[in-house]
Structure formats: structure tokens, C-alpha cells
Ligand binder design. Structure first.
Ligand code: UGA
Length: 442
């Protein structure tokens, strides 16, 4: 099939490459000429394991191309995925839909005949209905443009795997129209996945939009739940990691997303719970989601708690100390520093007068652009030189598997603060280090 993917960020670039991998002819469209040129050259503008192989293979096979020209997209295919960003508004908790609207506005007047737009971005409930009205106004008279919403559930770091082997596919259509044609198109696009048994949920626009934000709200709640419990554990000397193992054995609870520590960040979970809250208020159901304010507050508190723990670890005050921060990305296997808990902690420590040196295997460049005043190192060992405390803020494998002895003579004091509860406490302690873990003993 011929497809376009509008928006070539984390979501769109991955989707375009993976749709080509499924055998479709794909045209990726983005307004950023530099991004388009890099993708067309086989260069992924961000770090995502496995994506550059898929990109290059499909560029070489002639199944994948990129452009900035919406007219080319209108002429190339009659099925268009929409994967542009939906960030938090600059003021307030609402979602900024300007990129989605701009993409629809750019494409719709150019298409002729029957077209299908498949929205993939995370949007507040009611967005598809509003966009459909916009499309009706913008579409040429001899043209029919159908809009459906099929949210994406990929995780950064596992984007290729999640796109090619999703847990489920969701199709949300106009509740007042027959969705048979759209369902047939999706069934053709995802034929192999559906044959292998991936669940296909057909529903209306509003439900599909809510499925996505509810899933992210649930994940955020799960993380904040265990972090709230960890606050109790800290006060009574209990071990939250063992507790998570024990409750996680119950299949109804499950162990995943119960890792206590510095909490969630990134471009999705924080802004999605806030956007969900904002929209709930707008539809008169604000009370229903009030608990998400607490989920957000618990999460934010973890950042302050880690800063306090570092201060305790160096004797009460970080002023004048050297602190090594290992990790800057919001999670491992990503170079994304949007709302990164690690960088927030680094920034707070610097504000309190510490000399902070950050190292991240992939996100140092992005961090530098966002926080140019922090210190940066080219390796973990370099970051730890003369450190009064070493803080693990993102659980990259290279930090989890660090050999304590290799740092012992580099640092000024053998003090390590585990913000992600990911280290082998025994190994560090037996090498003569004092280990402090966020969330209580390990
Ligand atoms: C999240 C969802 O997991 C995806 O399903 C969704 O598609 C995506 O948002 C999106 O809306 O686009 P992502 O932001 O890539 O994916 O990252 P996650 O793996 O969900 O991690 C989010 C944050 O939670 C990270 O900062 C991570 O360190 C933290 N986390 C995760 C914990 O603190 N504890 C855990 O147990 C798990």
C-alpha cells in the first residue's frame, strides 16, 4: 500500500520506517527541512535502538522517502498517518494542538478524491471530532476525507519492537458513520500482525482518544503508587524493592512499572496526565481525576527527595561540593531529555551551590543545549573525578554494571547515591563505599 506519515519526530519517523518494513511504500513528511534531509540520508535525528537499520534498509529498497512538501503527500497516497507532536501548552496544563491542526490544514485542501487520515498522536478527548469539522470546511467539494484515530503506544527505547509487535491496535471512528472502509484499510496495512493474533479494538473517536491517555495515566499512577509507598518505607526502614517483588507476584498487580526511585519524566507521561486533568475539567468531570494531581505531586517530590538525600550523603549541605550525576536522559536507551528527572536534580544541586558534572551515554548533547551551565564529562569515570558524591539518576546498563573498584581512587569520597535502586548494594558496600538509596534500604 502507499502511505504517508505526517510528522517525523520520535513517533512519526519510527512509524514511517516500520510501515516500510512491513512492505508498504511510504512517504514521510515534516516541515523541518533539516530533519527531512537527515532522514533521507539514512540518519536518525535522535537515538532509538535498531531504528537506523530499519530506516537504511527501507531507503535502500526504495520503499521509503521523505519530503517537506504536503502537495507531494496529497498526490502520493490516499492514506495518511498523522504523527506530529502534542506538547504541553506553554501556559497551563492543556495540550498544544497547533501542530496537529497545522498538519491537517496543510494537507486537507490539497487532496482530491477519497482519502483517509489516521491520527496517531496523543490528543485530548474530543480532538478528532473537532478536527473532522475542520476537515469538512477545508476539503475540496469533490473530495471525501475520512478521519479515524488509532493511538500509538510505543515506548522510546523499544519503538521499533513496539511498532512491529504491538500489544493491540485500536481504531476509533466517527460514531455516526460506518467504519467498515477504514477498518478494511487498517486490516490491510497491519495484515501480518492481525494474522498473528494482535487484538484489534474497533471503537469510536472518543474512546480511542481516551484509551491512550488512560493507559499513560494508569502507568503514571502505578509508578507514583510505589513511590508513595517508598516514602513510608524510608521512614520505617522497609525495603520497597522487595515489597514491589512481593506484590508484583500477584498477576492482578504485576511487577512491571513498580520500580521505585526518581519517578517518571519524558515527553509523554507528565504532560499526558496534566492534559487529561485539564480536559476532564473542561468536560465537567474534573473531580474524577483529582487523584492525578497527587500522582503528579508524588512524582515531583521524588526529585526534591533525591536532592535532599544527596545533601545528607555529603554531610548536610551541597554548597561547595563536587557532585557527579550519571544519567541525563529521562530513561535508559534514549537521548530524550524532555522533563528529565535526572537533569532536574542536576539543576537543583547546581542552584544549591554544588559543582555538578553530568555524564550520559547518549543524551549529553541534548542536555548541553538545555542546561548549558552544568558541567559535562565524556565518561562516567571523568564525571566522578574528585566527586564528593556520585549520583545514579538514570539506570543505563553501563552504570548498573559499574565496578566500584574502578571509581574508588578517582573520587574524593566513596559516597554513591542510587536514585533508581538499580545498583548491587552489597558490591558497593564491600568495596568500601557508603551507599544511599532513594526509597529506603536495599
Ligand atoms: C510512555 C508509555 O510507556 C508508552 O506506552 C506510550 O506510548 C508513550 O509514553 C507515549 O505516550 O508516547 P515512554 O515515555 O517512552 O513511554 O517511557 P516509559 O517507559 O513509559 O517510562 C516513562 C518514565 O517512567 C521514565 O522516566 C521511567 O524512568 C519511569 N519509570 C518507568 C519509573 O520511574 N519506574 C518504573 O517502574 C517504570
Amino acid at each position: 500500500m502507499k502511505l504517508t506519515v505526517i510528522g517525523c519526530g520520535y513517533l512519526g519517523a519510527t512509524h514511517a520506517a516500520c510501515m516500510a518494513e512491513l512492505g508498504h511504500d511510504v512517504l514521510g513528511v515534516d516541515v523541518d527541512a533539516d530533519k527531512v534531509a537527515r532522514l533521507q540520508n539514512g540518519e536518525v535525528p535522535f537515538f532509538e535502538p535498531g531504528l537506523s537499520d530499519v530506516l537504511r534498509r527501507n531507503l535502500a529498497a526504495g520503499r521509503l522517502r521523505f519530503t517537506t512538501d504536503h502537495r507531494e503527500a496529497a498526490d502520493f497516497a490516499s492514506v495518511h498517518f498523522l504523527g506530529v507532536g502534542t506538547p504541553q501548552q506553554r501556559r497551563g496544563y492543556g495540550v498544544d494542538l497547533s501542530h496537529v491542526e497545522a498538519a491537517v490544514d496543510a494537507l486537507t485542501p490539497l487532496v482530491r478524491g477519497d482519502h483517509l487520515i489516521i491520527g496517531k498522536s496523543t490528543v485530548p478527548v474530543g480532538t478528532a471530532a473537532a478536527l473532522a469539522q475542520r476537515i469538512a470546511v477545508l476539503a475540496a467539494p469533490d473530495t471525501h476525507v475520512e478521519l479515524v484515530w488509532s493511538p500509538e503506544f510505543l515506548r522510546e527505547g523499544f519503538a521499533v519492537e513496539d511498532t512491529l509487535e504491538p500489544d493491540r491496535l485500536v481504531l476509533g471512528a466517527d460514531p455516526d458513520r460506518d467504519d467498515t472502509r477504514a477498518a478494511r484499510v487498517l486490516a490491510e496495512i497491519y495484515r501480518d500482525m492481525l494474522q498473528s493474533g494482535v487484538p484489534f479494538v474497533r471503537t469510536d473517536w472518543a474512546t480511542a482518544e481516551l484509551v491512550k491517555v488512560s493507559a499513560n495515566a494508569f502507568l503514571a499512577t502505578k509508578i507514583s503508587f510505589i513511590n508513595a509507598v517508598s516514602e513510608i518505607c524510608e521512614n520505617v526502614g522497609a525495603d520497597v524493592s522487595t515489597l514491589a517483588d512481593a506484590i508484583g507476584y500477584d498477576n492482578r498487580i504485576g511487577r512491571r512499572f513498580l520500580n521505585a526511585g526518581l519517578g517518571f519524566g519524558g515527553g509523554c507521561l507528565p504532560k499526558d496526565i496534566r492534559g487529561f486533568l485539564a480536559r476532564a475539567d473542561e468536560v465537567g468531570a474534573g473531580r474524577a481525576l483529582r487523584f492525578l494531581r497527587e500522582v503528579d505531586a508524588i512524582n515531583t517530590r521524588r526529585r526534591g527527595a533525591l536532592v535532599d538525600l544527596v545533601a545528607d550523603a555529603v554531610g548536610g549541605d551541597v554548597l561547595g561540593t563536587n557532585i557527579a550525576i550519571l544519567g541525563a536522559a529521562f530513561k535508559p536507551e534514549s537521548d530524550d531529555v524532555r522533563d528529565s528527572p535526572a537533569l532536574n536534580v542536576a539543576g537543583q544541586l547546581a542552584l544549591r551551590g554544588a559543582t555538578v558534572t553530568v555524564f550520559d551515554p547518549k543524551a549529553t548533547g541534548n542536555s548541553r543545549r538545555l542546561y548549558p551551565t552544568l558541567g559535562y564529562a565524556d565518561s562516567a569515570v571523568e564525571a566522578c573525578e574528585a566527586a564528593d558524591a556520585v549520583v545514579v539518576a538514570t539506570e543505563w546498563a553501563e552504570f548498573v554494571h559499574m565496578v566500584p573498584e574502578e571509581l574508588s581512587d578517582v573520587v574524593r569520597a566513596r559516597v554513591i547515591v542510587d536514585g533508581r535502586r538499580c545498583l548491587d548494594a552489597g558490591a558497593w558496600q564491600s568495596a568500601g563505599w557508603r551507599l544511599h538509596a532513594l526509597g529506603g534500604p536495599m
